[in-house]
Design a protein around this ligand. Structure first.
Ligand SMILES: C[S@@+](CC[C@H](N)C(=O)[O-])C[C@H]1O[C@@H](n2cnc3c(N)ncnc32)[C@H](O)[C@@H]1O
Length: 367
């Protein structure tokens, strides 16, 4: 929700208090806390103290003196500002009673009685928008992922891993496409996307749902080492379904050994079991966030939807979510699942390419 109150108060402050140098707030409650923080950055009068009937219990507030109405003569002010949205009317009556000759300013005069929702996110100022060198946008990631360079690197990285026929076929395809199309070749898949994002954005925390024999993980780990990132912390969730894609799917020790083959020595935490039980448990910690997440585990409609919904709110600003197989002939519904999760979201830029191989989708959080 758009929080317009800071702009409203700024307007009132610069009009109703124009020309004044010193004001006192009437009421030392939550509203005054908010108002003091907000107006600290404003031009205009200084808040020199607060007036409150409970002054004996609150001698000081936000670094200012609090006095009772009887002691208000100790403060020198040009006007009194009623500081409440919920009880402005009652406080105004009380202030008028105590200070019949003073200038008393109401901030919310003419508006329906509060309280108003003032604590939602403040609309940032234009200067807070990150510049081009401070962000990695999805266009850049996709352009780099589509390029030949990541594929050359992946041929080398996958060549060091335990042989896997399905990956072998893909690597062979990379080689032949490079021979045939040279540097003009444009192609994107899960591995090149993860590689490109990691080189460009240097994620610190990676969550992978569906690791199998470690190929997507190797793409991330190799890119992280190449990018000179300080460290990469990895969480892998897999239920290690036997003979997945016709190959042995041995689990954590095998995957760790695969990463050793490419020289990766960072921390890998394994969550072995179903993502539908383990992710909700992981996210019981409400602060759990990742810079990069791959969803490539359960390929059923409901299962993929659940995984995406579990992780989409856990991506850090600038972080990326990758979703594989939106063009997989046995799972063509995955493209609809992706659209359903992303539709109407205002915080991600999205990319979906169902044309190359089994298809790939990505979303980068920019807000
Ligand atoms: C397509 S493979 C992952 C391939 C890997 N991302 C790569 O590119 O190298 C899918 C993996 O997800 C795992 N899986 C399937 N359903 C799962 C679930 N509900 N929870 C966790 N893992 C699951 C399988 O055991 C399998 O290892």
């Amino acid at each position: 929700m758009l929080n317009f109150w800071p702009f409203y108060i700024a307007q009132v402050w610069s009009t109703k208090l124009k020309g004044m140098r010193r004001v006192a707030l009437f009421g030392a409650g939550e509203h005054s806390k908010w108002l003091l923080d907000l107006t600290a950055g404003f031009d205009g009068p200084e808040v020199i103290g607060l007036i409150d009937d409970r002054a004996d219990r609150i001698p000081e507030f936000g670094g200012r003196r609090v006095v009772s109405p009887d002691d208000a003569g100790k403060l020198e002010f040009d006007a009194i500002v009623i500081s409440s949205d919920a009880a402005e009317s009652a406080l105004w009556t009380r202030a008028k009673e105590c200070f019949p000759a003073a200038t008393i300013v109401r901030l919310y005069e003419g508006l329906p009685p509060g309280p108003y929702e003032k604590f939602s996110e403040v609309v940032p100022r234009i200067e807070t928008i990150a510049g081009p060198a401070e962000t990695v946008n999805l266009d850049t990631v996709v352009a780099f992922a589509s390029d030949v360079e990541p594929k050359r690197k992946l041929v080398e990285v996958f060549g060091r891993l335990d042989p896997d026929p399905s990956i072998g076929r893909m690597v062979d395809g990379y080689r032949r496409a490079i021979d045939r199309f040279g540097s003009r070749w444009r192609y994107i898949d899960l591995w090149s996307l993860l590689y490109a994002y990691t080189v460009l954005a240097r994620p610190a925390r990676y969550l992978e749902i569906g690791t199998r024999r470690g190929h997507s993980l190797a793409a991330v780990c190799a890119a992280s080492m190449q990018s000179g990132a300080d460290s990469l912390e990895v969480v892998c969730c897999d239920r290690w379904i036997e003979r997945y894609a016709g190959q042995a799917n041995p689990g954590p020790e095998f995957v760790k050994e695969q990463m050793t083959r490419i020289g990766f020595e960072g921390a890998i935490r394994f969550l072995s079991g179903s993502s539908h039980e383990l992710l909700p448990a992981l996210f019981q910690d409400s602060g759990e966030r990742f810079d990069l997440v791959t969803v490539d585990g359960d390929h059923s409609r409901q299962g993929a939807l659940a995984d995406l919904e579990d992780v989409v709110g856990r991506i850090r600003l600038g972080g990326m979510l990758a979703f594989d197989d939106i063009n997989h002939p046995q799972h063509l519904y995955l493209h609809d699942v992706w659209k359903r999760v992303m539709e109407g979201r205002q915080d991600f830029e999205t990319y979906a390419n169902p044309r190359n191989a089994t298809g790939i989708a990505a979303a980068l959080r920019y807000r």
